[in-house]
Design a protein around this ligand. Sequence first.
Ligand SMILES: [Fe+2]
Length: 307
Amino acid sequence: MAATAPSTLPGPVPAAVGIGLREPHREAFVAAGCPVPWVEIHPENYLAPGGPRLAGILRVRRDRPVSCHGVGLSLGSADGLDPDHLMRLRAFYDRLEPGLISEHLSWSVTDATYFNDLLPLPYTEDSLDRVRRNVEHAQEVFGRRILVENPAACIAFADSAIPEAEFLAELSARTGCGLLLDVNNLYVSSVNLGFDRTAWLGAIPADAVGELHLAGHARMTLDGEELLIDDHGSVVGDAVMALYADVLDRIGPQPVLVEWDNDLPPLEILLAEAGRAQKQLAQKQLAQRLPDGQARHFGMPEAHCAG
Ligand SMILES: [Fe+2]
């Protein structure tokens, strides 16, 4: 087999604030000189083997590290992972060379039927073993570690026997996967389900966390009770920014992403949100006496695939 030429693409994903790059913003983002240090995309939007969309994101990749946040792998599926989807993702990743790859702790596929949602799973020994098998399979096919994101929950399963943070910690220990800590999801779930955010953070292995997410959420009233919904359709709320500070205190500087998926604002608004989050991150880096240019970088290590 011929030796692979070393990549000339920028990387790894730095401990700085990036944005979720959506197609309506892509051209303006490039025209503005790619004004954040890295971006995150949903790989499912680019799985066609050619065409202007793929060419457009490969153009962005020439200038910036990219994190890929999958929305269709369905790590909680009892049937295992869809082999065709896995291979399409792998072909895209081989071409794009993303700095980070992440997926959700959820399920969305059963009996070859895809639901357009990230559905919750109970936290039991059975589901932990099922997700373990699927994470190991994904890491084996991709040839690298993935990050798994904590979900936003509205309800809890009566038969969930393992606290969420312990479930994620055990998943990381058994598979070698990293964790994507979504600060907004943690806030939303803790309010909806009434659990202690500090205890949750205390149970998460800090050195397994490879990325943070920030986003806005909505409030609705259901049967007289207030419910938070992670709709990613507004600026990051004050309470989530305060929790972000707590997370930085405990976990340390990380690649941080501002997600905005619904009611997409002008690019300038999204960049302003990233600037606000970057200011807080820079203060933390300064407090830790990490000079500019020497901030910790979090690339993807080679795969550690058990089994
Ligand atoms: Fe997220």
